[in-house]
Design a protein around this ligand. Structure first.
Ligand SMILES: *Cc1c(COP(=O)(O)O)cnc(C)c1O
Length: 376
């Protein structure tokens, strides 16, 4: 056996760490933003029945164009989106990777704004794309002016905007997306190149009232891509299904890089069955939003500073030693996420019981050490 450092690994992967949120076996797993509610029994049965109908035909490759699934995804998205504007992959991570394979790669640049989803730099490294961090304001917000200025300065080929952002949980105003789009158009008009602008809406279903989706911006913007996933609100992280809406030419581009038959017949059957039961699947969303709002209120009362959350998780600051609090919570059976930002932790809004367990454990930890909270 040899070790990694002695293998002829590509330069861009040397020294990198793989994506690695801890998968620990503890009573309360609130660290990866899954929907912690199980799939409702009637939906699990519908999935089983549909998978059973395709099992006998698994000797053949699946529908390469996943036509029936794209039709259903288009209906679910609404906003007049047609099936030829829809594309899907094994999780939105695969879709994001395909976007970089088609539009980025060696000699090209991906611009994003950290702190954001930890996979973005890894997807760049995996496709030999240069990654540029445009940065955020000290309170982690991203203004239209700042984002547009970074696009003008760095002239990227692809821009990733998470809305709501992970780990902070706050959605972007549409004016920021419009400004980024306009800035890449100006880059091109000046004789350079434009950029594909990707809005990652993995948590769109949890948005606060009045938060608009970037889907509303698609008409007339053929470089805009909006990605979604079934991993969060749909409670189907284990099924691996992510998708996007964009101009039909974008799906043509992605056909050039996708692996043959990348979406298995089992995945297609599972996703179609899920989309036939959207109402039952999304029933937990309102409850999760209520738990999220409860977390925000309680953390404020504890003297902490939770960010506005359009998602199923809450990012909060003012912890003198965030990692010590992370460990103290783990001792009490509650696993949250230490995203490596000083004074901050991120917690997923789970069921009512899980949320209570987290809030009780945190209350206890902070009572035991009153100096744990930085007074603002
Ligand atoms: C969880 C998450 C995803 C989802 O990834 P899948 O591959 O669809 O499971 C995408 N983007 C962000 C920002 C996320 O937090």
């Amino acid at each position: 056996m040899t070790d990694l450092s002695s293998l002829p690994l590509r330069e861009s992967l040397r020294g990198q760490s793989p994506y690695g949120a801890p998968q620990l076996d503890v009573p309360y797993m609130l660290n990866t933003n899954e929907n912690t509610h199980p799939v409702p029994p009637q939906v699990a049965e519908a999935i089983t029945a549909r998978v059973a109908t395709v099992a006998g035909g698994l000797n053949r490759y699946p529908d390469r164009e996943f036509t029936a699934l794209r039709e259903r995804l288009a209906v679910y998205l609404g906003h007049g989106i047609t099936p030829d504007q829809v594309w899907a992959g094994n999780g939105s991570n695969e879709v994001l990777q395909q976007i970089l394979q088609a539009f980025a790669g060696p000699g090209r640049t991906l611009l994003s704004f950290l702190p954001s989803y930890s996979m973005y730099p890894l997807l760049a490294a995996g496709t030999d794309t240069a990654f540029v961090d445009g940065g955020r304001a000290p309170d982690h917000t991203l203004s239209a002016d700042h984002a547009a200025e970074q696009v003008r300065r760095h002239r990227p080929h692809v821009v990733f905007l998470a809305s709501p952002n992970n780990p902070t949980g706050t959605a972007l105003g549409l004016e920021t997306i419009e400004a980024v789009y306009a800035a890449q158009a100006r880059n091109e008009a000046e004789g350079g190149h434009g950029a594909m602008v990707v809005v990652d809406e993995a948590y769109a279903e949890f948005a606060l009232e009045g938060t608009a989706s970037a889907l509303t911006l698609l008409p007339g913007r053929e470089r805009l891509i909006v990605t979604r996933t079934m991993s969060k609100a749909f409670a189907l992280a284990g099924a691996r299904l992510g998708y996007l809406a964009a101009d039909p030419a974008v799906t043509d581009a992605l056909r050039l890089v996708r692996l043959p038959y990348h979406l298995s017949a089992i995945t297609q059957a599972t996703a179609i069955a899920a989309l036939e039961h959207v109402d039952a699947l999304l029933e937990t969303v309102e409850d999760i939003k209520a738990q999220r709002d409860r977390i925000v209120d309680t953390l404020r009362r504890l003297g902490l500073s939770p960010s506005v959350s359009d998602s199923n998780f809450v990012f909060f600051g003012r912890l003198r030693d965030a990692h010590a609090v992370w460990e103290a919570l783990l001792t009490r059976g509650v696993l949250v996420r230490d995203v490596g930002i000083p004074e901050h932790l991120r917690v997923t809004a789970g069921t009512q019981d899980e949320t209570t367990a987290f809030l009780d454990a945190l209350g206890e930890v902070l009572r035991e050490d009153p100096a744990a909270v930085v007074r603002g």
